[in-house]
Design a protein around this ligand. Structure first.
Ligand code: PLP
Length: 470
């Protein structure tokens, strides 16, 4: 493709993207395709000869777009949001256009320096004190894995990487049952293992880890010869938004020398609003915190902010300097590939910087306050509607509910039927969860395109669909 063709097709793509965004509300939120339907329309092998861009673009529109679930749709109320604000899409386009590798300072000085500056802005925006250093990870799962590796290495005196894990004492990490599955996977991948991920019971409407139970578990493990390594605290659990009392967890953990990682992948973005910060009080004492601007701050996926109170242990765990990665003339400079698992790194700070400037913190705060206000009002309406009940205490913009048709069919099968009927209608997209052993439907408002009217429409659709099934 020559320069003029690139210019032409970039314009075509930009026009397509603007039209797509403008027409989103007229599309069904969720793809209605059956498994295999899209692949069946595609050739089994790559073409030997170059094909015209017009044909490729036409197939993209004809075959692939109908098979997409529209995450930017104003009525996407499923999972957590993955907002890609137009400003972040433009930042991402420029980053792709340059195609730079940002592994070392010298491989793209501006990328490293912007990452330091933009994460400094974000640190201040969410109220974290000076002293925390940030790095952009691809996802919260990667940040959490890095935190587990650091916990492991600290507990093993930084010898695990060198000598392996065989014959070493069994390490323990403590968390609740409310954490995301990325915590389980990090325990698997770093060799600590499922059996050594100790689940501490929770209490109260926010399903917070019981600090006394945490302490008792640490003491019992020490007495039994295990080596406690760390704690993962939950700030905004995926299922119902569970919130640990971070201050209490850190107090216990640090008393025993344990490393504390806080998973605030979703809820961390809400901390741009000072009124929500009591939800993670004590976080300034944590050792590692992850929050995802790619969820609720409008930064196109992927962009996960990982803040470290003292990066030394993290670097002692992850950094390696073969000759070809040495930066002789620039010792002391930040080389972010030493902070992450991947070596090659994209220029993700660019889209974060575009978003922070294009929306301003006040714009982002307003968006989050709207989502929280609309969602909590919807929860109150659903709770007051005959046949409905909340299954969880609303937390920020997330809650779960159940419906009882009044004929004994209030079990999981009815909830699944209701969920399926709502989603098949195409006007909303909701996802299930299990609360206290029973199926419930989750609702979260988080799309940047959502309005009060969309959330009001959700109420009508949920109520009417439940009535139709009753
Ligand atoms: N932590 C929480 C609370 C989440 O809800 C999620 C995903 O939704 C994750 C971690 C994993 O995030 P990522 O997709 O960035 O790895």
């Amino acid at each position: 493709m020559d320069g003029e063709a690139f210019r032409h097709w970039a314009h075509v793509a930009a026009n397509w993207a603007a039209d797509y965004r403008a027409g989103l509300k007229d599309r069904p939120v969720r793809a209605g395709t059956r498994p295999g339907e899209i692949a069946a329309q595609l050739p089994a092998s790559a073409p030997e000869e170059a094909e015209p861009m017009a044909d490729i673009f036409a197939d993209f529109e004809r075959i692939l777009v109908p098979g997409m679930t529209h995450w930017q749709h104003p009525r996407f109320f499923a999972y957590f949001p993955a907002n890609a604000s137009p400003a972040s899409v433009i930042g991402e386009f420029l980053s792709s256009a340059m195609g730079a590798q940002c592994l070392l300072w010298q491989t793209s000085p501006a990328a490293t320096e912007l990452e330091i500056v933009a994460l400094g802005w974000l640190r201040q925006a969410v109220g974290l004190p000076e002293g925390f250093s940030g790095v952009i990870q691809d996802s919260a799962s990667s940040a959490t894995l890095c935190a587990f590796l650091t916990m492991r290495e600290r507990a093993l005196g930084f010898t695990g990487n060198r000598t392996g894990l065989s014959g070493r004492p069994q390490l323990r990490v403590y968390t609740s049952s409310e954490v995301h599955s990325s915590i389980d996977r990090a325990a698997w991948f770093c060799g600590i293992g499922d059996d050594n991920l100790v689940r501490i019971p929770t209490q109260g409407p926010l399903r917070s880890m019981v600090p006394e139970a945490l302490e008792a578990a640490i003491q019992a493990d020490k007495a039994a010869g295990f080596v406690p390594a760390g704690v993962v605290a939950c700030v905004g659990g995926t299922s119902t938004g569970a919130m640990d009392d971070v201050a209490a967890v850190v107090e216990v953990a640090h008393r025993y020398g344990l490393f504390v990682h806080v998973d605030a992948a979703w809820a961390g973005s809400a901390m741009v609003c000072p009124e929500f910060r009591p939800l993670w009080a004590g976080v300034e004492q944590a050792d590692s915190i992850v929050l995802n601007p790619h969820k609720w701050l409008g930064v196109q996926f992927d962009c996960s902010a990982h803040f470290l109170r003292s990066p030394d242990d993290h670097l002692a765990t992850l950094a390696i300097q073969p000759e070809y990665l040495k930066t002789h003339a620039h010792d002391g400079i930040v080389n972010f590939s030493e902070w992450t698992i991947q070596l090659g790194r994209r220029f993700r700070a660019l889209k974060l910087w575009f978003v922070l400037r294009a929306h301003g913190l006040e714009g982002l705060r307003q968006m989050i306050r709207n989502h929280v206000g609309w969602s909590q009002a919807l929860a109150a309406r659903i709770a007051a509607e005959p046949g409905f009940a909340l299954a969880s205490t609303p937390v920020l913009s997330l809650f779960a509910f159940r419906h009882d048709p009044g004929d004994g069919r209030d079990g999981d099968a009815h909830m699944l039927a209701l969920l399926q009927a709502i989603n098949d209608g195409g006007q909303l997209y909701l996802t299930p969860t299990r609360v206290d052993g029973r199926l419930a439907i989750r609702f979260q408002a988080g799309s940047m395109e959502a309005t009060q009217a969309d959330v009001d429409a959700a109420f009508d659709i949920i109520r009417d669909t439940a009535r139709a099934l009753s």
